[in-house]
Design a binder for this molecule. Structure first.
Ligand SMILES: C=C(OP(=O)(O)O)C(=O)O
Ligand SMILES: [Mg+2]
Length: 573
C-alpha cells in the first residue's frame, strides 16, 4: 500500500476515487514565426474547423452539465454554454488565423486566446452587467484552448460520482464552483494549514490534508483512503480502512448540532461566532446557530472584479450579511487586499514580497479614499439593519495606526472600532494598541506566518506554520494580557480569535485558557468546538494553556493537550 503524508487540516476519514484539478491553462505562444513551421496539411480552413469543433464540444459539455445542475449553478452554466459557441468569438478567432491578419498568422490556440481577450476588453469597457461577464469569457477561452490541446477542461472536474479532489493548491475563486455534494475531501501537494484550501475545507466541513508532496500526481480514478486528523493518504486501501471510513461516517453524524449558545462545564459563556464572506454564508451560519459574525471577510464579496465596488454595491453586500443577524454582533473587517488575497484595484502585483508589502490596512497609504468609502458603506448598511456592527482593520502594526483607524471609524459614525492582531508587533504592544480601540481579534493565520517567518501558502513550511507553535501561543497570551491592562479601570477590551486556530476544538480550549473571550470559525466547526468546550471548566482550560505554553514544540503542545481531552477521540475529532 502506497502512502502519502501531509498536514491534516480538517478531520475526517473517507474513502473514494481521486480526481485531479487540471493545471491552469498557459497562454499560447504569441505567434507563428520561423521557429514554428506550419506543417503542410495545416491550412487556415483546417484550423478554422478545429476552432469550430472545439467551441461546439465545449458548448455540449457545458450544456450537459447544466442539464444536471439546479438553481443559480444551472443558470451560470447555461449562460456560459451560449457564450462558448458565440459566432462573434469563433469568427474573430478564425480571422486571426489568416496570414493577412494584422500581426500575421496565428495558431488556432493563439487566435482563440486573442479573440477572447478582445471580447473581454470590450465587455469591460461597457461596464455594469456586461463587465461582469468578463470572467465567463475568460473561462470559455480557457476551455476552448484546453479542448484544442486535448487537455482536461480547467476548473474543478465534473463527475457523476463523489470524489476526493487533488490539486497543487486551490484559489479563493475555486470556492464558487466546488460542489460539496460531489467533493468529499481535499488533498493538496502545496499550501499550509492557513492556506485557502484549508480555510475552504473547514468552511465546507470537508476532511482535508495539505502539503502532501506527490498527491497531485496520483492518477485520476485511483481509490484512496484519507485520515484528515492524522494527515495520511493511503492508495488502494484494504478492508480495514474501508471499515474505518464507514465507522467515521456513522460517528460523525452523532455530534449534536450547535445549540446557539456556547457554555463551558462551569457555566462560563464563550460566544461562538462565524467567519463569513458573503450574505449567503451568513444565512448558513445563522442556520447553524452562530451567535454572530466574528469575521466578515469583505474582500470575498469582490474577488471577481478588478475595479472598486461602488458604495451602493458595498451597502448591498454588507447589508445582506447584517440582515441574517438582527440584534447580534457582526464584526466587519475592512478590505484585506494583498498577498494571498490580491484585489487588482488595490494591490500592486509586482511587489517583490507581497506578504510584507502593502496589504490590508496599509493600502490606505497607496489608495487613499477606498477605506473611507468602505466605512461609509458599512455605516449606511448598519443604519438600514438591526445588527450590532463592529469594524476592524487587518494588518495593524502600531498604536498610531490603530488610532488613525479609530478616528476614521468615528468620522464615519461607526461606534465600535477594533484591530486585527496578526502582526507580532501588535501583539507585543497590545496594551498601547488596545488603548486606541474597543476590541481586538487575533488573526492566528497571519500571526503564525509572521511569528514563524513562514509563508502560509508554502507546503514545505507547513510544520512551522502551525498555530500550536509555543511562540504563537505566547503572542496570544501577550495580546490577552495587554488588552486586560488597557481595560483596567475603564471599559473592557475583549480579545477574540478569528483565525483557523479557533476551529480546532483542542486549540480552542487552549485559547480560552489564555484569556480569549470569543471564538470565530467556519459555521461547520461550531458543533465540534462547542461539544469539546462543554467538557472543560475555565480553570481546566487555563491549566491546559499553561501546559501548551511550556511545551517545547507545536507537536508536543498538541499532544499534551489532546491527551487531557478524551472527548476528542470519542467524537472522532
Ligand atoms: C483571520 C485571518 O485573516 P485571513 O485568513 O483572511 O488573512 C488571519 O490571518 O488569521
Ligand atoms: Mg489575516
Amino acid at each position: 500500500m502506497q502512502t502519502f503524508s501531509g498536514v491534516g487540516v480538517a478531520p475526517g476519514r473517507v474513502l473514494g476515487p481521486v480526481r485531479q484539478m487540471p493545471k491552469p491553462v498557459q497562454e499560447p505562444p504569441a505567434r507563428l514565426d520561423g521557429a514554428v513551421n506550419i506543417p503542410a496539411d495545416v491550412t487556415v480552413e483546417s484550423q478554422g474547423q478545429r476552432i469550430k469543433d472545439a467551441a461546439k464540444a465545449v458548448q455540449a459539455e457545458l450544456r450537459a452539465r447544466a442539464a444536471t445542475a439546479s438553481g443559480e449553478g444551472k443558470e451560470v452554466l447555461e449562460a456560459t454554454a451560449l457564450m462558448a459557441a458565440d459566432p462573434m468569438l469563433v469568427k474573430s478567432a478564425i480571422r486571426l488565423l489568416s496570414p493577412e491578419a494584422p500581426g500575421g498568422a496565428r495558431t488556432a490556440e493563439r487566435a482563440v486566446w486573442e479573440a477572447a481577450a478582445t471580447v473581454a476588453d470590450s465587455l469591460k469597457a461597457l461596464g455594469g452587467y456586461m463587465a461582469e461577464r468578463v470572467a465567463d469569457v475568460l473561462d470559455v477561452r480557457a476551455r476552448i484552448v484546453s479542448e484544442l490541446r486535448g487537455l482536461p477542461a480547467p476548473g474543478i472536474p465534473a463527475s457523476d460520482v463523489p470524489f476526493i479532489l487533488a490539486a497543487e493548491d486551490l484559489a479563493p475563486a475555486d470556492t464558487a464552483t466546488l460542489d460539496p455534494a460531489k467533493v468529499i475531501a481535499l488533498i493538496t501537494s502545496s499550501g499550509g494549514p492557513q492556506s485557502h484550501t484549508a480555510i475552504l475545507a473547514r468552511a465546507l466541513g470537508l476532511p482535508a490534508i495539505v502539503a502532501a508532496p506527490g498527491v497531485d500526481e496520483i492518477g485520476d480514478g485511483t481509490e484512496v483512503y484519507l485520515d484528515g486528523a492524522a494527515g495520511t493518504i493511503t492508495v488502494d486501501p484494504g478492508e480495514e480502512l474501508r471499515l474505518a471510513a464507514k465507522a467515521w461516517a456513522n460517528q460523525a453524524s452523532t455530534i449534536a448540532a450547535f445549540s446557539g449558545s456556547n457554555v463551558m462545564a462551569d457555566g462560563f459563556r464563550v460566544p461562538l461566532l462565524a467567519n463569513v464572506g458573503t450574505g449567503a454564508d451568513a444565512v448558513k451560519a445563522a442556520d447553524a446557530g452562530a451567535e454572530g459574525v466574528g469575521l466578515l471577510r469583505t474582500e470575498f464579496c469582490f474577488l471577481d472584479r478588478d475595479d472598486e465596488p461602488t458604495v451602493e454595491e458595498q451597502i448591498a453586500a454588507y447589508g445582506a450579511v447584517f440582515a441574517a443577524f438582527p440584534g447580534k454582533k457582526v464584526v466587519v473587517r475592512t478590505l484585506d487586499a494583498g498577498a494571498d488575497k490580491p484585489l487588482p484595484f488595490l494591490t500592486n502585483a509586482d511587489e517583490p514580497n507581497p506578504a510584507l508589502g502593502v496589504r490590508g490596512y496599509r493600502t490606505d497609504l497607496t489608495s487613499p479614499g477606498v477605506l473611507e468609502r468602505q466605512l461609509a458603506a458599512i455605516a449606511a448598511a448598519e443604519a438600514a439593519n438591526q445588527a450590532e456592527v463592529w469594524v476592524m482593520a487587518p494588518m495593524i502594526s502600531t498604536a498610531e495606526e490603530a488610532a488613525h483607524f479609530a478616528a476614521l471609524c468615528s468620522a464615519a459614525g461607526l461606534k465600535t472600532p477594533g484591530v486585527m492582531v496578526e502582526v507580532p508587533s501588535a501583539a507585543l504592544t497590545a496594551a498601547s494598541v488596545l488603548r486606541e480601540v474597543s476590541f481586538a481579534s487575533l488573526g492566528t493565520n497571519d500571526l503564525t506566518q509572521y511569528a514563524m517567518a513562514a509563508d502560509r501558502q508554502l507546503g514545505p513550511l507547513a510544520t512551522l506554520n502551525d498555530p500550536w507553535q509555543p511562540a504563537v501561543l505566547q503572542l496570544v497570551k501577550l495580546t490577552a494580557d495587554g488588552a486586560a491592562a488597557a481595560s483596567a479601570g475603564g471599559s473592557a477590551r475583549p480579545v477574540g480569535v478569528c483565525g483557523e486556530a479557533a476551529a480546532d476544538p483542542a486549540l480552542a480550549v487552549v485559547l480560552v485558557g489564555l484569556g480569549v473571550a470569543t471564538l470565530s470559525m467556519s459555521a461547520r466547526a461550531l458543533a465540534a468546538v462547542s461539544a469539546v468546550l462543554a467538557t472543560v471548566t475555565v480553570a481546566q482550560a487555563q491549566q491546559l494553556a499553561t501546559a501548551a505554553l511550556a511545551a517545547p514544540s507545536a507537536s508536543a503542545a498538541r499532544k499534551a493537550v489532546r491527551a487531557q481531552l478524551p472527548i476528542l477521540d470519542e467524537l472522532g475529532l
